[in-house]
Design a protein around this ligand. Structure first.
Ligand code: ASP
Length: 343
């Protein structure tokens, strides 16, 4: 039986054309887009499409956009073998991370992909990305189960767990990296699945869709010379419930009294402080240096090797659930969707 995939088109460069009037790239109608890749018909895969009425540049993605995607997948979950989401690259890692928390116990692939060059251009990377993503979304193991029952990003021959990715290059075709987790699959002449690192653990459970999110979060990125008043203002934002604290190296921060006192005052008001390293790879190790030991003593929560994209979306997700301050802190330090490895 041929596989059946739902292709969801949300926007992004992959479906854009040059607008001669403005000189900028703008989104085209999805029906035109499919004309650029007649080869899709040669795949022995049944492909249905769902196009967003107004395709967006992914810079305009927000929580409502993620919820819309989750709802489309929810409505169609049992009718397809897998899903491919065409999405702008700029915030693809955020959407992928958010979906990985919002949809649990997946038994089917949800593959995000896009392109650095529009499908209509000669050197486009979109064609291969799209075709391979569709193949992966319908790929089954011998026992009939999906090869990749995960939310993943396919880009430039590699399939990554979405909540491990980061867009690191605005120029090259391999725009994404997954510095702390190996690729789930690699495509050459064949597509090789890296079975050992794909998560099959929850495929027997009933899939769950959860669209509760809380946007009362902020980011405090440290830099030498950061102004006391700036820190004060951020930590006192009205309604604030959690911040991602972007620290140095293995989770280090200044030990100035004023800084630690302000963090303590925020934690005393039940504001979550989630420590994520500014480094691209590696992990937070609270207590390794004196400069992070203070943070641990204050009650700052460790993000271990989580990406910034996964950290901020995980915080929004957990704050949206009916959980106590302590439970949220506990889950932030736990691996809930493959986003952190503790050792
Ligand atoms: N600005 C575009 C977007 O993220 C870039 C891309 O698709 O690559 O929608």
């Amino acid at each position: 039986m041929p596989g059946k995939v739902l292709l969801i088109y949300t926007g992004g460069t992959i479906g854009m054309v040059d607008d001669p009037e403005s000189g900028s790239l703008k989104a085209i109608n999805f029906k035109d887009l499919i004309n650029f890749i007649p080869d899709l018909k040669r795949l022995k895969i049944e492909i249905d499409t769902y196009a967003f009425e107004k395709p967006i540049d992914s810079s305009n993605a927000d929580d409502r956009f993620w919820i819309k995607i989750v709802e489309i997948i929810k409505q169609n979950y049992f009718s397809y073998d897998g899903f491919v989401i065409l999405h702008g690259t700029d915030t693809m890692a955020y959407t992928g991370s958010a979906l990985s928390f919002m949809i649990s116990n997946l038994s089917k692939p949800i593959i995000l992909t896009g392109a650095q060059l529009p499908l209509g251009t000669l050197r486009t990377d979109g064609r291969e990305n799209l075709i391979s993503a569709i193949e992966i979304a319908s790929a089954k193991r011998k026992d009939g189960r999906a090869w990749v029952p995960e939310v993943a990003i396919y880009f430039e021959n590699k399939l990554y767990r979405a909540n491990r990715t980061h867009k690191y290059n605005a120029e090259y075709f391999d725009a994404f990296e997954s510095p702390n987790y190996p690729p789930l699959a690699e495509a050459g002449i064949h597509i090789y699945y890296n079975e050992k690192v794909i998560n099959y653990s929850n495929t027997e459970e009933i899939v769950n869709f959860n669209t509760q999110l809380d946007r009362n979060v902020a980011v405090l990125k440290l830099f030498p010379g950061i102004n006391e008043n700036v820190v004060e203002q951020i930590l006192n934002i009205d309604g604030l419930r959690g911040i991602v604290l972007e620290t140095y190296g293995t989770g280090n921060a200044p030990t100035y009294k004023w800084f630690l006192n302000k963090l303590k005052a925020a934690i005393d008001k039940n504001i979550i402080i989630y420590n994520v390293t500014q480094c691209n790879a590696g992990r937070v190790e609270l207590g390794r240096y004196e400069t992070s030991k203070y943070l641990r003593d204050l009650g700052v929560v460790s993000g271990y090797d989580i990406t910034f994209e996964a950290a901020i979306t995980k915080l929004m997700f957990l704050l949206g659930q009916e959980l106590s301050f302590e439970q949220i802190r506990h889950y932030l330090e736990s691996n809930i969707a493959g986003e952190i490895s503790k050792n």
